[in-house]
Design a protein around this ligand. Structure first.
Ligand code: PLP
Length: 567
């Protein structure tokens, strides 16, 4: 019997490796931005008919399902999904050695199909096989769960196991693209494969054809803080990774102190990039001596446009989904129709929020949306720096919708959620605030399309790119954000949206961000919304015509092709 995979192995592919991939909301194999970006990458690659295969972990127990009590305390529940409902098991097996045990890895196939026909396979790796020891069956169960040893085991399965699985399935790979450092052990597997056959070696390092491997590898870094990069002590590496190149060679190739997955990927990749221009610069500062490029992220236009806006775009901008450049003609859409489509998305969201939280929100009140991982640097409570001032500005004319999960171990992140609940209670007679549980892709689309303004308040320069604001722009929802990540590139004041805090070429001034936020809300944003609809709709148009036009994953993938893949 021909394998299901055969129809995909007839031409050399780009292998795209990612610890998490979010292709659809109900397969919880993602936690946030990194995974959703991976999903959008693959969807655009399919639309553009690029030769790609993606590799990730099955994580069938997901990240977690979030519940929040009336005090804002988060609890984490398992978020299991049944692979049999979505993907097809393949018969192929490979193995890796972990703690000197042989661990078998199976694969499941999901096919991303473009509306235009092309298909891209995603290989989900799974160690939950009867032939494995009980402790190994759970390696691929939880996304970002467990301890350091658990993470290292996952990365062995992803990087080394994934590379072997592609071989086993019959793929010929012309580039390996590592989406973040989690998969960088794949470079060690490639080194073993391209080991030079030299009789007399005077220097052990020369056996390893580092240049050959580098020419095959592309690395995208996503994290602008050193603490965010996976690092493993060599003691642990020796214990867990019992089948690899000699540790002293590894130290030589990567780094001496710890096995730092980012350093390994940097040293082994021919093309390296950050995910926004600013992030490229920040990364150069973090890793002096490396040539680091920048390809600014984008989102998959079709996935991140709400139904009412899709209908409108189909009517006036035919072909937009596969050619987002067509947004350049946004001016063809009559003002009233754009507004009505937005209001339809907004009513849909407000009904949903009222159903979920009984918060009694209105269709006509100016609504700010804020949803992202609840973690300290994103400052979800910046808006609450001066609650009396906020109440004065917003009483009766502002409502705010929040969502976001805190990582189970991120206590300050959890406190942020509690803080929002406190303020929600305190302001309830003046400003309606809702916090929606369990942020995921489905909720994200409702939020980014149904609010009037999308807000982001990170501490500069910690937001590598941010992508939810690009989703908002696709729905004609302008951004009001700190000038960090992608927004530095998309922002034109009073034209595509508004900045919070100082311009990108002067030092960050976190103490003044809140002041600026209140000032603009009071003097520019709220008055324009209520008193000057024409100008407001012009800004909505610009969000689409200037921001969505550029910050989409079709443009992003064309750049990966021309700058990284065909080199
Ligand atoms: C888009 C998305 C994100 C990433 O948004 P940021 O702006 O980068 O924080 C996170 N989670 C979900 C569910 C998303 O859809």
């Amino acid at each position: 019997m021909a394998s299901l995979i055969d129809k995909f192995t007839n031409e050399p592919k780009i292998a795209y490796f990612s610890m998490e991939i979010g292709v659809r909301s109900d397969m919880s194999t993602y936690s946030g931005g990194l995974g959703v970006l991976a999903g959008d990458t693959i969807k655009s690659a399919a639309d553009l008919n690029l030769p790609m295969v993606a590799v990730t972990l099955l994580t069938k127990k997901g990240y977690f399902k979030q519940e929040i009590d009336i005090y804002g305390r988060q609890t984490e529940l398992p978020d299991e999904w049944d692979p049999n409902n979505f993907i097809t098991p393949l018969k192929e097996r490979v193995n890796v050695f972990i703690e000197e045990r042989e661990v078998y890895i199976g694969a499941w196939l999901y096919v991303v199909e473009s509306m235009r026909g092309p298909k891209i396979p995603i290989i989900f790796l799974d160690t939950d096989l009867p032939e494995n020891a009980p402790e190994d069956r759970g390696i691929t169960h939880h996304l970002y769960g467990g301890d350091q040893a658990y993470r290292l085991k996952q990365e062995i399965v992803l990087g080394i196991g994934g590379t072997r699985m592609l071989d086993e399935l019959g793929f010929e790979i012309k580039k390996y693209h590592m989406n973040e450092g989690h998969s960088s052990l794949l470079t060690l597997e490639l080194l073993k494969r391209y080991k030079r056959d030299i009789e007399e070696v005077w220097d052990e390092k020369l056996v390893w054809d580092v240049e050959k491997v580098r020419n095959l590898c592309v690395f995208t870094t996503h994290t602008p803080v050193a603490a965010g990069h996976d690092k493993f002590p060599y003691e642990l590496v020796k214990e867990v990774m019992t089948d690899t190149i000699p540790i002293d060679v590894l130290k030589e190739i990567c780094c001496h102190e710890h096995l730092n997955m980012t350093m390994l990927a940097l040293n082994q990749s021919m093309y390296i990039n950050g995910v926004a221009k600013k992030h490229g610069e920040v990364s150069k500062g973090m890793f002096p001596g490396y040539e680091i490029h920048a390809i600014t992220n984008g989102v998959h236009s079709f996935t991140w446009t709400s139904e009412p806006l899709k209908k409108l775009f189909d009517k006036y901008l035919s072909g937009w989904a596969n050619e987002p450049e067509i947004f350049v003609r946004i001016g063809r859409i009559p003002d009233e129709e754009l507004w009505e489509a937005h209001m339809e998305a907004k009513r849909h969201l407000i009904d949903y929020v009222n159903r979920k939280t009984q918060s009694g929100m209105n269709y006509d009140t100016f609504t700010i949306g804020f949803a992202r991982r609840a973690t300290a640097y994103k400052r979800a409570d910046l808006l609450f720096s001066d609650i009396d001032r906020l109440a004065r500005i917003g009483e009766g004319r502002l409502q705010i919708i929040y969502a976001g999960k805190a990582h189970p171990k991120d206590t300050p992140g959890k406190m942020l959620i509690q803080r929002i609940f406190e303020v929600k209670e305190r302001l309830k007679d003046k400003i309606k605030i809702a916090y929606i549980e369990n942020y995921n892709m489905e909720l994200a689309l409702k939020l980014v399309s149904g609010v009037d303004v999308w807000m982001n308040t990170p501490l500069r320069p910690l937001e590598a790119s941010g992508t939810s604001g690009m989703k908002a722009a696709h729905n004609g929802v302008p951004n009001f954000s700190v000038l960090d990540g992608w927004w530095i590139e998309g922002w034109i004041e009073n034209y595509t949206g508004w900045a919070i805090g100082p311009s990108p070429d002067v030092p960050a001034d976190p103490a003044r961000d809140a002041d600026d936020l209140y000032y603009k809300l009071e003097t520019a944003i709220i008055p324009t919304f209520y008193n000057d609809k024409r100008t407001w709709i012009r800004i909505m148009q610009n969000a689409i015509g200037k921001n969505a036009y550029y910050f989409n994953s079709h443009r992003m993938m064309r750049r990966y092709v021309t700058e990284a893949y065909i080199r």
